[in-house]
Design a protein around this ligand. Structure first.
Ligand code: ATP
Ligand code: MG
Length: 565
């Protein structure tokens, strides 16, 4: 049992100005968290208890899945990161510093390099594989916009696991183990997290799931199929094309004047045609070389899809001068006569009567047939899927929801093991490169995501598994010896059953204690007051209930246990 008067805990009536979302406000107001500086937070004693419970569950499920815990240094030499090229490619998101000898280090934002370098030395034979190792440790990222408290910090706690397997089939088994462990973890901590298909981003590799928590404040869009359960990050989501009636050509392409009309919207309005009839032509640099991409006028190019389609080429915006040199004046460019490679979204296959830029300032071309008038190298899925597009699996219209990523699994293949020469000898004595996977959970983010998902107008509603304590015992008359002794007896009985108790023994008015109990949100509230005890007993209430029940002291422990069961 822990007493409030012996705990560093101050609740606040008001949340600080910068706390934009409910979970951030509640974590501060309930005294779980304090801000040190932007993106940097201190866990207070009650916050620590919840964090420890969450970490214990993550560890238990990792261990159960056969993963072994390790702990790596946070401070890592640049050389390690140079071996994979990420010292450069991670850019300003990585904190960097020098020691007194002017050697460069990073505060690790993730740890693929360090784990792979370790395994290169530890593993020599197929007999030692597979291995999954993990750590639970702080990571550092110089985020463009740290915000929402623990949701996006500069420093945060991550559980990161890495699998090393002799071949792809074994790597798939490891991936599945971690995926299943994640499903169990989020279920146990009372968080509805949905696995969605995801892009592999900077980490690379070829296959990935993100575990998403739906929240209005989420920074990711998730396309969700209400009919079959398909779900994917908007960055990555695919679509099924509706049946498109074959388009007829409408005579030769013809230049029309479109003075000062540059965007697809302006051109469509000026010519009085639907936006879909305009073809949007975009020039970007792929590994430094200009390429043109065509999408329908009402669509947005998805750079991640383009990158994947171009075998991982680095995609960058092209300067206006570059575009002008390569094809023509910005705002009037098009594929007809373009001397650079042209790729088009799959939706444009068969497009036979469209409007494109004429590569001449102030002109567009009408009646363009892409097959006839342009040299399209390939058609591919290159646009961002949006609400109402059809599910790639079942064809039902997709809906879009906002979400926050709490975890991610990646199949990495040999990207890192190759870079480090992490090989082993197989059964026939041949050296082979290990197959890897990596698996992260944002532990601190998860803690706050739980609060974001579980609260009401009065405060937090902690799920039992991670609540700082199970029971909030409100001692209404701390100077009444009989009340104190009955309350302490109940607390001792509960603790003996493994139920942890927090006792509000402050000399405060009952109203203050009730308000704070709702704010802190422990699963069961027990009120011990002279009046109540003289009339029949303790007053018990679940955080989720509106009515209390009166229970005699003898049966109170049973009743509390039943409420927690
Ligand atoms: P995001 O897209 O939200 O920036 P990420 O995809 O860059 O996250 P990963 O590299 O996949 O993150 O890291 C694993 C996990 O660490 C994420 O699923 C997320 O829960 C957590 N995480 C990442 N960045 C932060 C951060 N700045 N603050 C708190 N948690 C984070
Ligand atoms: Mg991620």
């Amino acid at each position: 049992m822990k007493r409030w008067t012996e705990t560093l805990l101050t609740t606040l009536r008001e949340a600080p100005q910068d706390a934009e979302i409910i979970s951030h406000r509640l974590m501060i107001r309930a005294g779980l968290l304090r801000k040190l500086a932007g993106g940097l937070y201190t866990y207070m004693p009650l916050g620590m208890r919840a964090l420890h419970k969450l970490e214990a569950i993550v560890r238990e499920e990792m261990d159960r899945a056969g993963a072994q815990e390790t702990l790596f240094p946070i401070l890592q030499p640049a050389e390690l990161w140079k071996q994979t090229g990420r010292w450069e490619s991670m850019g300003p998101g990585m904190f960097r510093m020098q020691d007194r000898k002017e050697a460069w280090y990073t505060m690790a934002p993730t740890a693929e390099e360090a784990f792979t370098a370790l395994m290169k030395n530890e593993i020599s034979s197929y007999r030692q594989l597979p291995v999954i190792i993990y750590q639970m440790q702080d990571k550092f990222r110089d985020e463009i916009r740290p915000r929402f408290g623990l949701i996006r910090g500069k420093e945060f706690i991550m559980k990161d696991a890495y699998s090393f397997d002799p071949d792809e089939a074994a790597s798939d088994v490891s991936y599945r183990k971690m995926y299943d462990a994640y499903v169990r973890i989020f279920k146990r901590v009372g968080l509805a997290a949905k696995p969605v298909e995801a892009d592999t981003g900077d980490i690379g590799g070829n296959f990935s799931h993100e575990f998403m928590v739906f929240a209005a404040s989420g920074e990711d869009g998730i396309l969700d199929c209400p009919a079959c359960g398909y779900a994917a990050n908007q960055e990555r989501a695919e679509r099924r094309l509706p049946e498109i009636a074959p388009e007829a050509e409408a005579g030769a392409a013809e230049a029309v004047a479109t003075p000062d009309k540059h965007t697809c919207e302006e051109v469509a309005a000026f010519l009085g045609v639907p936006l879909e009839q305009i073809v949007k032509s975009l020039v970007v640099l792929a590994d430094g070389k200009p390429v043109m991409v065509l999408v329908r006028g009402d669509r947005e190019l998805n750079e991640l899809k383009l990158r994947r389609f171009l075998n991982g080429a680095r995609i960058e915006a092209a300067l206006d001068e570059t575009v002008a040199d390569a094809v023509g004046p910005c705002g009037s460019i098009g594929p007809v006569g373009a001397k650079i490679p042209v790729y088009a979204d799959i939706e444009l296959q068969g497009a036979a009567d469209r409007i494109v830029g004429a590569n001449r300032e102030g002109f567009h071309l009408c009646h363009v047939s892409l097959a006839r008038d342009a040299q399209v190298k390939a058609y591919a899925d290159l646009v961002t899927v949006r609400e109402g597009d059809l599910c790639p699996k079942c064809g039902a219209p997709l809906t879009i929801r906002r979400g926050t990523e709490v975890g991610q699994c990646f199949k990495l293949g040999t990207k890192y093991s190759q870079a480090f020469g992490a090989t082993f000898l197989d059964e026939s004595g041949k050296a082979r490169v290990m197959q890897m996977g990596c698996y992260g959970i944002g532990v601190s983010r998860t803690l706050q995501a739980i609060v974001e998902q579980s609260n009401d107008a009065n405060g937090i509603i902690w799920p039992k598994a991670v609540a700082p304590f199970q029971v909030n015992l409100l001692l209404l008359d701390p100077d009444n010896a009989e009340v104190v002794s009955k309350a302490e007896a109940l607390a001792a009985e509960l603790e003996a059953r493994g139920i942890d108790v927090f006792m509000d023994d402050r000399l405060e008015r009952p109203g203050v204690k009730f308000k704070d109990a709702d704010l802190i949100g422990l699963p069961v509230r027990v009120v011990a007051g002279a009046k109540g005890l003289s009339k029949g007993g303790f007053e018990l209430r679940r955080r989720t209930d509106t009515e209390s029940v009166i229970v005699a002291p003898e049966s109170a422990a049973d009743a509390v246990a039943a409420m927690l069961a």
